[in-house]
Design a protein around this ligand. Structure first.
Ligand code: RIB
Length: 304
């Protein structure tokens, strides 16, 4: 039986345009294309973990609308257990995404039904949390729910991963001790630590700060520069595999899901990091969130 990853988080329909560049304030640009693509950081991480070898359950909420059906359907076709995905009286979460010619993106999310994932809903699906080897959370559902999930994960003795995305403010101090692996990107590490993060050295400083706050281990993802891993005793820089980027949307999610799947399957931390990096690198060579996430066979066949 593959190891079990439980993802607690968001499902969004991504409304994606490609444009030559990101618009400035007050500007109207002519876009090149438009597509609706299943996304949401939680759902993307669930799809990544499932395609990359784990048995996965998703805990979240969708609206009672067409997007909600499509978002749930997109997880079901991956073999993801959706018994803990509630359908609520609201619109499904959406993300408005612009991707430019340099493969960079700008995203605005509207939580919609994701806001209905409360601590009470989590308690009602506690059996799903109990079935996990690894629990993953992000920050696109209410903070109170994330805090509850982290504490329950710790109580149950699970491996707890927090991808603090998107980060708009410092985390509650009592969350850190519940987190085994904190996985921010540069800007999230900066918000959480209060330090500027724009180099390997400053990523080390931010990671050290977050470990001092109580996080078990910290992985600061740095885009094309790879990532900085801090285990409390030392720092290690992992350069990123070199690929031609087309769209970086969901690269971080693919890393998190791949890392979790590999860790749950018994790989060492270092091997799980390298595995997640290859998966993320492959994802940036393709457009969209969930369609860009590679399979286990693609990761195993990757040659840099
Ligand atoms: O991380 C990428 C995701 O962020 C997108 O799929 C979008 O839904 C937003 O949540």
């Amino acid at each position: 039986m593959p190891a079990k990853v439980v993802v607690i988080g968001s499902l969004n329909m991504d409304l994606v345009t490609r444009a030559p560049r990101l618009p400035r304030g007050g500007e109207t640009l002519i876009g090149k294309s438009f597509a609706t693509i299943p996304g949401g950081k939680g759902a993307n991480q669930a799809v990544a973990a499932a395609r990359l070898g784990a048995q996965v359950s998703m805990v979240g909420c969708v609206g009672n609308d067409a997007y909600g059906e499509q978002l749930r359907g997109a997880l079901l076709v991956e073999g993801i257990d959706c018994q803990a995905v509630r359908v609520v009286e609201d619109s499904s979460g959406v993300a408005l995404i612009v991707v430019d010619d340099n493969s960079q993106n700008a995203i605005v999310i509207v939580a919609g039904a994701n806001g209905a994932l409360t601590a009470e809903v989590l308690d009602s699906v506690d059996a799903v949390l109990q079935s996990a080897d690894v629990i993953i959370c992000q920050l696109e559902v209410p903070d109170a729910t994330v805090g509850h999930a982290l504490k329950r994960g710790r109580e149950l003795g699970k491996i707890v991963i927090l991808n603090p995305a998107p980060a708009s403010h410092a985390l509650p101090a009592d969350w850190y001790a519940c987190v085994d692996y904190l996985i921010p990107n540069e800007s999230e590490a900066a918000v959480l630590s209060g330090l500027a993060v724009d180099s390997l050295e400053t990523a080390e400083a931010a990671a050290a700060h977050l470990i001092a706050a109580g996080a078990g281990k910290v992985i600061v993802t740095l885009g094309a520069q790879g990532l900085m891993f801090a285990n409390g005793a030392s720092f290690e820089h992992f350069p990123a595999p070199r690929v031609k980027a087309v769209d970086t949307t969901a690269a971080g999610d693919t890393f998190v899901g791949g890392f979790a799947a590999a860790l749950a399957s018994g790989k060492s931390e270092v091997d799980a990091i390298r595995f997640g990096q290859v998966a993320a690198a492959l994802s940036v060579t393709r457009s969209g969130a969930q369609p860009s996430i590679p399979t286990l066979l693609e990761v195993q066949a990757f040659k840099s």
